[in-house]
Design a binder for this molecule. Structure first.
Ligand SMILES: Cc1cc2nc3c(=O)[nH]c(=O)nc-3n(C[C@H](O)[C@H](O)[C@H](O)COP(=O)(O)O)c2cc1C
Length: 123
C-alpha cells in the first residue's frame, strides 16, 4: 500500500509515487493508495491508550486515520510519499505518521522498519 500526503493529485509527488506503484504492480503486487489530505487527521495526544492494546492498533482518536491503520496491519509493505515542505514532511502527512506510533510493537523483536528518501540528482 502507499500513503500519499499531498494536496496536488497531479503534482510531482503524486507522479513519482505513481511510477513506484506502476513498478510494484508490474512486479505482480496489488497496490492501494491512501491520501491523508482532507482526512482531518488529528495529531497524536500522547495518551498511550494504544499501549494497552497489543492485538489491534488501539488508537482512541476516531478519525480518518483508522481506516489506514487497518490497511497497514494487513499490508506487506507501506510506501510513504510527501512533498517537501519547509525541508520536511507535509502537514498532511506528519500527524498521520505520529499516529502510527500505535502500530509500533516490540522495538527489538521482529518488527522492523526502513526509511529512504529520494531527491533529484545534480549533475
Ligand atoms: C508550503 C511549501 C513549502 C515548501 N518548502 C520547500 C522546501 O523547503 N524546499 C524545497 O526545495 N521546496 C519546497 N517547496 C516546493 C515543493 O517541494 C515543490 O513545489 C514540490 O513540487 C511540491 O510537491 P507536489 O508537486 O507534489 O505538490 C515548498 C512548497 C510549498 C507549497
Amino acid at each position: 500500500m502507499t500513503i500519499f500526503g499531498g494536496p496536488r493529485l497531479q503534482g510531482n509527488t503524486a507522479t513519482v509515487l505513481g511510477w513506484v506503484e506502476d513498478a510494484l504492480r508490474h512486479g505482480g503486487h496489488s497496490v492501494e493508495r491512501f491520501n491523508t489530505n482532507g482526512l482531518e487527521i488529528k495529531g497524536c495526544q500522547s495518551c498511550f491508550a494504544c499501549a494497552e492494546s497489543m492485538d489491534e492498533p488501539g488508537c482512541v482518536a476516531q478519525d480518518g486515520a483508522q481506516a489506514i491503520f487497518q490497511a497497514m496491519v494487513g499490508a506487506d509493505a507501506v510506501v510513504y510519499a510527501s512533498p517537501l515542505y519547509m525541508w520536511s514532511l507535509s502537514g498532511q502527512l506528519k500527524p498521520f505518521l505520529d499516529r502510527t506510533h500505535c502500530l509500533v510493537r516490540d522495538y527489538r523483536g521482529r518488527t522492523t522498519s526502513r526509511s529512504s528518501t529520494g531527491s533529484r540528482r545534480r549533475s
